[in-house]
Design a protein around this ligand. Structure first.
Ligand code: MN
Length: 321
């Protein structure tokens, strides 16, 4: 049965969990997933827990420069048969980044997340959809635990905040800025986070992106922009770079909604949405089994790119942009 918990109850739940915990995040782990997971791991070790970070697929190499990230493993530790699982920034069991066979081994699942589309999986639910980043919840948990907020933890939580707010552009929530201020006061490394997230591009990628930008289509006097990233780009732009690209496009004046369709295979198309806020793109993503937030969302549609495009554009048309 699902129990909804807050930060104080999270501390109580930890007392009944085993001493060994596996921490994980969603597939295509991003700055918020990695930051909230590793920072929490550091906090849990301070109270005597044995913590392993386990993901199914390697994180981007540029995250490796941040503290603790090199400890992430890609298989379950051998001496760890039964364990409690703690998931970060993941809205659904289907998109957990875990090696096969995990369901037989896990005893209890604690979910820390902030997605509107959270499907309510797991046993304990530390979920608040009003938070801009999972790292805000990790920060609250760190305070409730009463452990030392180290520089390393602060840097990792700052990473999640910067990532999920699009460098503080998607939010005007004073609480998000307060948490950022506290993290910097605790020694969070602003430069390290910005170098990691935004200063890792190579010229080849810029050339590919500029080709793609030249192919953007305009509708409704520029209020809707559409970009198709077809099969020929499959290996030239990955999903995280696609997110970076849509963030750049989202800065174009007068637009309401941007949608990017990325070819994955004949039956799978990745959808990325951004909105200025007048219209929610979360509902559209949700209708394709995805989710996210009002101004930024995504989904994986089980159909070819042309069909996905037609269905999405029909839904956007209905919004009367
Ligand atoms: Mn997040």
């Amino acid at each position: 049965m699902k129990n909804i918990i807050d930060a104080a109850q999270f501390v109580e739940v930890l007392k009944v969990l085993p001493d060994t915990l596996i921490l994980t995040s969603h597939i295509n782990p991003d700055g918020d997933g990695i930051g909230s997971m590793v920072a929490m791991g550091m906090a849990l070790r301070q109270i005597g827990k044995a913590v392993h970070y386990v993901l199914k697929e390697p994180v981007k190499d540029y995250y490796q420069q941040l503290p603790g990230v090199s400890e992430i493993q890609y298989q379950f530790p051998k001496d760890c048969q039964d364990f409690a699982l703690m998931t970060f920034d993941c809205s659904s069991m289907d998109i957990l980044s875990l090696p096969n066979g995990w369901k037989d081994r896990v005893k209890t699942i604690v979910v820390l997340d902030h997605h509107l589309s959270n499907h309510g999986f797991g046993d304990y639910h530390f979920v608040r959809t009003d938070c801009i980043s999972s790292c805000v919840l990790t920060y609250e948990a760190v305070l409730a635990l009463g452990v030392k907020l180290t520089r390393e933890m602060a840097t990792l939580m700052y990473l999640g905040l910067v990532y999920d707010t699009g460098r503080f552009s998607y939010t005007s929530d004073p609480d998000a800025f307060s948490v950022a201020a506290e993290l910097l006061r605790a020694g969070g490394d602003h430069q390290a986070v910005f170098n990691c997230l935004y200063r890792h591009n190579d010229l080849k990628q810029y050339r590919t992106n500029s080709q793609l930008i030249s192919q953007i289509e305009e509708f409704y006097d520029g209020r809707l922009l559409v970009l198709e990233i077809g099969e020929q780009y499959l290996n030239l732009i990955d999903l995280e770079e696609t997110e970076n690209l849509i963030n750049q496009i989202a800065d174009i004046r007068d637009l309401e909604i941007v949608v990017v369709f990325k070819y994955m295979n004949q039956q799978l198309t990745k959808l990325c949405f951004r909105s200025r806020g007048t219209h929610s793109v979360s509902d559209i993503a949700l209708s394709f089994g995805g989710g996210g937030h009002r101004c930024a969302s995504g989904a994986s549609a089980n159909m070819d790119l042309a069909s996905a495009r037609q269905k999405v554009l029909e839904k956007i048309h209905a919004l009367n942009l």
